[in-house]
Design a protein around this ligand. Structure first.
Ligand SMILES: CC(C)(COP(=O)(O)OP(=O)(O)OC[C@H]1O[C@@H](n2cnc3c(N)ncnc32)[C@H](O)[C@@H]1OP(=O)(O)O)[C@@H](O)C(=O)NCCC(=O)NCCS
Length: 168
């Protein structure tokens, strides 16, 4: 399957496949900061693709298996002058496709994009309970830089956010 996998930036023609993908991700109710309570409307997906297309410093990377979206990485840079070398992102892989290297390939494509666009540092926040994501980021050279105690609620429980960063 991975031989056929393609990573590229999202196009307007991906709107239906991306909406299907995001609907499944939202339904999982994952412990991640970027997930909303309800699936996005088609209009919101169109806006999301267009927003990235209009901003050359950001990117919406998709992992595609044929026409199906099986992974996504949403990257944006900071706007302040002193922080224009820093960007942050959220990512996910379709449940049935996890553990096959797709997340790793999305990250490697991000490094290429970020370097080409003058970024020198990537950072993110991840729920301390998200062991799969933390293991992926550690393996990719992200280091633990701090912890925001009880910064997010998961149901009734306050969970820590782990801050991680990597120079590129
Ligand atoms: C985190 C996520 C994107 C990883 O994507 P993936 O395609 O499964 O990752 P890969 O197959 O490239 O895995 C690479 C490494 O990550 C780590 N990893 C991935 N899944 C893991 C798991 N379930 N348990 C422990 N480590 C795991 C391992 O170090 C793995 O290396 P290995 O295969 O040599 O052991 C995916 O699990 C996901 O979509 N999770 C839900 C959304 C999410 O948590 N996003 C991150 C929010 S910050």
């Amino acid at each position: 399957m991975l031989d056929a996998l393609m990573i590229r930036t999202a196009l307007p023609s991906d709107m239906d496949a991306l909406a299907t993908y995001l609907t499944a991700i939202v339904a999982e109710r994952l412990p991640v900061l970027f997930v909303r309570d309800a699936p996005p409307s088609l209009e919101q997906v169109v806006t999301m693709i267009a927003r990235h297309a209009d901003d050359e410093r950001s990117c919406l990377l998709l992992a595609l298996d044929g026409d199906a979206v099986v992974g996504m990485l949403d990257f944006s840079g900071y706007a302040r002058t002193q922080q224009r070398h820093v960007g942050t992102f959220g990512m996910s892989v379709a449940r049935d496709a996890r553990g096959r290297g797709i997340g790793t390939r999305l990250l490697r494509s991000l490094y290429d994009f970020a370097k080409e666009h003058g970024y020198r540092r990537l950072e993110l926040e991840v729920f301390a309970t998200n062991t799969a994501a933390i293991a992926l980021y550690e393996r990719e050279g992200f280091v633990h830089e701090g912890r925001r105690h009880g910064a997010v609620m998961v149901g009734e429980e306050a969970v820590d956010l782990v801050m991680m960063g990597k120079g590129i």
